[in-house]
Design a protein around this ligand. Structure first.
Ligand code: NAD
Length: 355
């Protein structure tokens, strides 16, 4: 067995497709992790990976994450992801994107692509010239448009679920919420928080983004270190990953961590247990930020904004179930989410065999 087969088997991936098209310069890998619940949906990332090995490791990790995210979100979708090796600022072209679209089409709907880091909604339109299996198209083109609005709504309702469970509080009014990153999601999240009367603190390395929320929502700027060690009801990471690690956990004084950022925990198992010991309720990132996935998934049946919004509001109940399961079994909220996501897939397999 080659090393690649070992890597694929390690996390039970179903299929890996290497896409090579010298005429367009395309070098891409599509990873289909699991299609038990439905076709594998997941974004396409374009990134100048240092090596093919790095690209493979990334696509295997990300596609597996999508399986869990779709499952816990009660979507009839599996998990997949694609990576294009290259610099999106230099190497992207219409033919490269169309060539990628042809490879997606060749899988006959087993993998459905969408936007991710290094790709734009505009790029999806070129991919769509070659395949029907693409989501995240502009509203004007019949798609679901910018997913950040519903991702932010999901983070807001998820925050409320955690506050209800951890502090028995129904409203965010008067609470101290610290937000790290006021980009697309952070901005829309602030509008919900402001509407409900929260006191918002936060920072952003982009001064324009910080100034905008200061002006529009009265956000109080605080330095990054200070934000992660101040007395807060909620800390909401909405910028980058790995911000929760043993050294930041030592200083954290919040009751809840609830934010949009992907891969918030530096080491999932270690850090989720440390947070549990400290009685900080961690809202699993892939559950609370699933609003964007729900939004694009909705596009597959013909986009309906009201339906998508309703589904995203359901993140509140999905999380309540996770919190109860974690409490009843004395496990971390992340472990509970993972177990429930795996269970849905296993239950479906059993049910399908019995029919
Ligand atoms: P974005 O790029 O629009 O915003 C990120 C913001 O974080 C920017 O304003 C940036 O300046 C700021 N930032 C970067 N590094 C920072 C630092 N060290 N300290 C403070 N601020 C910093 O991204 P987004 O679409 O708002 O997404 C935010 C996070 O949520 C990302 O991790 C993303 O992967 C995740 N996410 C987004 C969506 C979505 O629908 N957009 C869905 C799921 C997950």
């Amino acid at each position: 067995m080659t090393k690649i087969f070992e890597k694929i088997s390690d996390k039970n991936h179903e299929q890996i497709v290497y896409c090579n098209d010298p005429s367009s310069g395309l070098k891409a890998i599509i990873a289909v992790h699991n299609t038990v619940l439905g076709p594998a949906l997941g974004g396409c990332r374009m990134y100048p990976y240092k090596s093919e090995e790095d690209a493979l490791v990334d696509v295997l990790r990300l596609s597996r994450g999508m399986t869990y995210k779709a499952s816990i979100s009660n979507l009839n979708l599996g998990g997949g992801k694609a990576v294009i090796i290259g610099d999106p600022n230099k190497d992207k072209s219409e033919v490269l994107l169309r060539s990628f679209g042809k490879f997606v089409q060749s899988l006959g709907g087993k993998y459905i692509t969408a936007e991710d880091v290094g790709m734009s909604v505009h790029d999806m339109e070129f991919i769509r010239m070659e395949t029907d299996h693409v989501t995240g198209i502009k509203r004007a083109m019949g798609g679901s448009g910018d997913p950040s609005i519903l991702t932010a709504l999901g983070v807001f309702v998820g925050m409320k679920a955690a506050l209800k469970k951890r502090l028995n509080i129904q409203s965010i009014s008067g609470l101290k919420i610290g937000v790290q990153g006021f980009g697309k999601v952070g901005y829309y999240l602030c509008s919900h928080l402001k509407n409900e009367g929260a006191n918002i603190y936060g920072n952003d390395i982009n001064k324009e983004n910080l100034d905008r929320v200061e002006e529009e929502f009265g956000v109080i700027p605080v330095a990054s270190d200070e934000l992660m060690s101040m007395d807060l009801d909620v800390f909401s990471p909405c910028a980058m990953g790995a911000v929760i690690n043993p050294s930041t956990i030592e200083n954290l004084k919040c009751s809840v961590i609830a934010g949009a950022a992907n891969n918030q925990l530096e080491k999932e198992d270690r850090d989720s247990k440390l947070l549990k010991e400290k009685e900080i309720m961690y809202v699993p990132d892939y559950v609370i930020n699933a609003g964007g996935l729900m939004n694009v998934a909705n596009e597959l049946q013909g986009y309906n904004k009201e339906k998508a919004k309703y589904q995203v509001e359901g993140i509140y109940y999905i999380l309540m179930r996770i919190f109860d399961y974690a409490a009843n079994n004395n496990i971390s909220t992340l472990e509970a989410a993972n177990l429930l996501a795996e269970r849905r897939i296993q239950d479906y397999i059993k049910w399908n065999h019995q029919q």
